[in-house]
Design a protein around this ligand. Structure first.
Ligand code: SF4
Ligand code: SF4
Length: 94
């Protein structure tokens, strides 16, 4: 799934890098490699790969990631994939 591309420059993803505690959880749960670590903090390295599944925001322990999640079937597919990998806490769907 890492080669998937969403529409350019439309993702609502936001990251407050200054508040990041470097736990790497967003890197673990993101199915598209949107984040990378630099100097002990998460950075957005590929915003256009974000499909707004919401996994990063739901799993960030300090709520420093924000995204308007909820893209119907894509959301359900990603949540199911995360469940299969044991990386998602809550099952929900539209
Ligand atoms: S919303 Fe989903 S695809 Fe986008 S950065 Fe977060 S985990 Fe990755
Ligand atoms: S989950 Fe939150 S605190 Fe952890 S690395 Fe990602 S942005 Fe930083």
């Amino acid at each position: 799934m890492r080669k998937f591309r969403y529409l350019k420059e439309v993702a609502t993803l936001e990251l407050d890098e200054e508040r990041c505690i470097g736990c790497r959880r967003c890197l673990e749960v993101c199915p598209h490699g949107v984040f990378a670590m630099r100097d002990g903090r998460a950075r957005i390295i590929d915003r256009d790969a974000c499909i707004e599944c919401g996994a990063c925001a739901r799993n960030c322990p300090v709520s420093t990631v924000r995204v308007d999640a909820g893209v119907g079937c894509a959301n359900a597919l990603i949540i199911e994939w995360l469940h299969e990998k044991g990386l998602f806490r809550n099952r929900s769907c539209c």
